[in-house]
Design a protein around this ligand. Structure first.
Ligand code: MN
Length: 422
């Protein structure tokens, strides 16, 4: 049987070469259509393949029944990496142009394929815990230069471990969910006393989210290999940030309310296995990390990322950032190894934000804080519109994809529109 990543594979469902969802991708999500309850599906071209219909029809041979009838991927993820791999190979087989089982079964095809435009996409996982990292050297340097000056840009710990904080799982939402402007304590540098009010410096952060699909035991560390095998897949993640709230509250324990009001993710989880052809080595790490953080394998990915902004008066979104996931200094595997290194237990459904992804060039900055250089260089949009931070009614769209030869493994998009504070 050909490998599901084989670039030559074709589906009996025609897929445009610019589609994010060719047969080489097969990302998992949770969807509802035709008035039926939410269940697990896979994106293929302009369709969603209903895995619960296929499971009920006896097309998968799990020990457990009903993993695809659930409104989250957690029960499926809990089956482990061997089951993930077998299932993906089976779905690939069922969709292949030269495999008649589904192709020639009109009755099953009707039940199992829903047009994507008629499907409602839900949060694909029950988020157990959400941790956000700070792993782009370019981002950390930009922020450091703005707030501490060039000579102290990177804190002394930064080159020795992936810096992170524990975020909130309760407000992780799926693409399309509107985001209400947060309120909080504000104390601009020139004010004598803090006040409570609507955030005036609302920002986004372009990140990738790692979906952890296996648990680890409290008290036990992880090896590089163990951490890698626990990663089920990736989503695009927008870590909405209230810069003015953050600036006043973050000393000494780090971000709290400034990051807790919303985190948006894309609806399709692209599996680690589908990203395998796009692996590469990250930047050289100097000084060499401590032994528990050293990597024997390339754990970064060549993944194009784009952020577009549409103000209410604009007809179309306009790109304001174009960068690549490959620039990350600390890899997702190192983040997971470090996360468990104290003995912290990881759970099925944990979500790890990569940290804002910025590249070395100006157009590769992954937040408005950096793009507008803390509000001093507003970005110019079509129609004479300028933005330093997000305004009410603004819509932000992030997209990501890995470009193969004649196909792309894409993520779809994560969109969020800002509603006014009450
Ligand atoms: Mn972040």
């Amino acid at each position: 049987m050909p490998h599901p990543n084989d670039p030559k594979l074709r589906s009996f469902i025609s897929v445009d070469p610019t589609s994010d969802f060719p047969i080489q991708n097969l990302p998992y999500g949770v969807f509802s259509a035709r008035g039926l309850a939410p269940r697990v599906g896979v994106a293929i071209g302009d369709y969603v393949l209903d895995l619960w219909e296929l499971e009920q029809d006896g097309r998968f041979a799990f020990g457990e029944i009903g993993v695809f009838s659930q409104s989250s991927l957690n029960p499926f993820m809990a089956l482990g990496p061997k089951a993930w791999s077998k299932t993906r190979a089976r779905i690939s087989e069922l969709l292949r142009h030269d495999h008649p089982e589904l192709r020639d079964n009109e009755e099953l095809r009707k039940r199992a394929l829903a047009p994507m435009r008629e499907a409602r996409l839900h949060l694909p996982l029950a988020v157990s815990g959400y941790t956000d990292f700070y792993s782009s050297r370019e981002h950390a340097t930009n922020v450091g230069v703005m707030f501490r000056g060039k000579d102290n840009a990177l804190q002394p710990n930064w080159l020795h471990m992936p810096i992170g904080y524990n975020g909130r799982a309760s407000t992780v939402v799926v693409s399309g969910t509107k985001v209400k402007r947060p309120r909080g304590q504000l104390k601009p540098p020139n004010a004598d006393a803090p006040s409570f009010g609507a955030c005036k410096r609302l920002d986004f952060e372009l990140e990738m989210g790692v979906v952890v699909g296996q648990a680890s035991t409290m008290g036990e560390m992880l090896t590089e290999q163990q951490a890698e095998e626990m990663i089920f897949g990736f989503v695009i993640l927008n870590d909405w940030s209230a810069r003015d709230i953050q600036q006043w509250e973050y000393v000494p324990l780090g971000p709290f309310q400034a990051k807790a009001f919303a985190t948006s993710i894309s609806p399709w989880i692209v599996t680690r296995e589908a990203l395998e052809p796009f692996r590469l080595h990250g930047p050289q790490q100097d000084p060499q990390p401590l032994p528990y953080l050293r990597q024997a394998q390339p754990n970064n990915y060549d993944m194009e990322l784009d952020v577009s902004l549409r103000a209410p008066s604009m007809n179309a979104a306009q790109s304001i950032c174009r960068t690549n996931f490959k620039y990350m200094y600390w890899s997702s595997v190192q983040q997971l190894v470090h996360h468990a290194s104290s003995g912290c237990a990881m759970n099925v459904g944990d979500l790890l934000g990569s940290g804002t992804i910025s590249g070395p060039e100006k157009h590769q900055r992954g937040s408005l804080l950096e793009i507008s250089w803390n509000g001093t260089e507003p970005v110019a949009l079509d129609g004479g519109i300028k933005r330093s931070f997000l305004e009410d009614g603004d819509s932000l769209v992030m997209r990501g994809w890995c470009q193969g030869d004649g196909y792309r493994v894409g993520f779809g998009e994560v969109e969020g529109t800002i509603l006014p504070a009450e």
